[in-house]
Design a protein around this ligand. Sequence first.
Ligand code: COA
Length: 562
Amino acid sequence: MFLCVRRLAERRWSCSVRGMSSTSRRRRAPRCAFPVLDQPLQPVHQHVHDGNLRNSSACHQTFLELKEKVRKGGGENAVARHTQRNRKLLVRDRLRLLLDDEDFLELSPFAGLGLPYGDIPSAGCLTGIGRINGLWCVFIANDATVKGGTAYPITVKKQLRAQEIAIQNRLPCVYLVDSGGAFLPLQSEIFPDKNQGGRTFYNEAIMSSMKIPQVSVVCGSCTAGGAYIPTMAEETVMVHRIGTIFLGGPPLVKAATGEEVTPEELGGARLHAEVSGCVDHFAREEKEAYDYTRNIISTLNFQLPEEEEERRAEEEEPLYSSEELLALAPRCYNYSLDARMVISRLVDGSRFQEFKARFGQTLITGFARIRGHLVGMVANNGELLYQAALKGSHFVQLCDQRDIPLLFLQNTAPAAAPTLSTTQAEANSNRLKAHGSMMSAVACASVPKITVVIGGCHGADSYAMCGRAFDPNFLFLWPNARVSMVAPGHSDSLLPSDPEQDDLNEALNKESSAFFSSGRLWDDGVILPQDTRKVLGKCLDIIKQQRYQLSTEKERSTLLRV
Ligand code: COA
């Protein structure tokens, strides 16, 4: 009974949202003239700017080097094998044909670099969100130049994260499958557990039943596990000659029955389009397959708003150049400047309506617009003390009530608060309670959340500031960011002896780098400070798209392929 009432309430809510969108052209947000943040770089901070700039430039160099490494995929020989012998397009060329433009949001491009089992460029699979006929879609595209597109543990993690983003933001998924299945030497880390290989297929079914469209293109081999992605998709396109789907390939057939069979005969596009019915569209070549896919996307029942252009025209650029963010990206905690300086370089017209400006000043909260989208901003401006956390808790709930997305700018203190006196113990207990309250508010807020780590991501403060465990829709790092329990050089209260401290500091130095984090997929990617506004604008557009899907109301739909 309770469930029925809840469903009815949910439906009423979704109807009202839809009602809003269908008449949105005639409506407009109340006019706002938030105060302008006057935050020029001051000569008095020159040494901080210079230090940060030097560090940003070194980080940028690493960023470019890794980008180049990733661009090469599996290396020259593998690229030649892929394009010349196998006659297939490279994954980025495929995306060029599939997407409207190259202005897509690539997710975790550095995932897979620097892992104990080696460097796996792009984790063997590109993921991201791009527009197809104007509609934002998640894409998951194997790079077969990386060990035949086989799935390493990090590949599975990357695919699952892309699917999670699709679920959270209700984005259609397009899979470009070209994979030899599991990377067998690491099978124990891919196969058995809940969030491993099988979860990809589970998610596909669940998303489909939630009316989040699932479309796939077979543009290479789909062996073993890879075979389920197209078979379970709602609609599948398969490319003649280069696409194959089978659980065991010709060598397995030969070993089992002695029979010699070609991949094409065993599981080519003709067989699956004409005999098995595993796929729905036969494409004579790759280009045709992406044309089909684009047409499939235009059959999804979305009605996109026409007012986007108008909204864009009204956008105000910040008063300060985004390049100045490079001097504000702290090389370490002591080099952090007032977070309002960062805000003023990110938000429309540098306008910011601050909330509780005089209370709990180590946290800045307030409203702003980013590329026309209203957001509630929560930015660290020192340690997250008792009053600051109370204020954070209040503000997060306020945004939740008003249905305004939250943007966290995270730069947490480097070490845990010490307890050296009774007064301090009392202060710490109060802080603990306030942190708990803010964490609850963040965890329970049902509005979209985006987190950008602009400096430190350490300890419990990072949870309250919507760290990875608190499920932000997107989480990005600046290249200077540091991610660790405590920051390097701040572990003295945790370990007694010098040699152990030296070892720990060395490990912290290495393991807290933004690139170490991104290699392991603890985030959705490292973004450059000067690109942050653009990335955030895109994320907010993407998050909003679900409002425009028609026909979400039916109960779970039935299985499509039998
Ligand atoms: N596990 C581990 N390594 C694999 C692999 C797998 N499942 N499949 C391919 N590789 C490796 C190859 O050993 C080769 O490594 P190398 O570059 O170091 O020599 C590389 O991936 C590319 O494979 P190759 O066969 O040379 O390329 P190809 O383009 O001719 O064929 C495949 C690619 C995927 C079609 C083919 O390798 C294949 O059929 N693999 C077996 C698939 C399979 O049976 N998977 C079962 C998983 S449960």
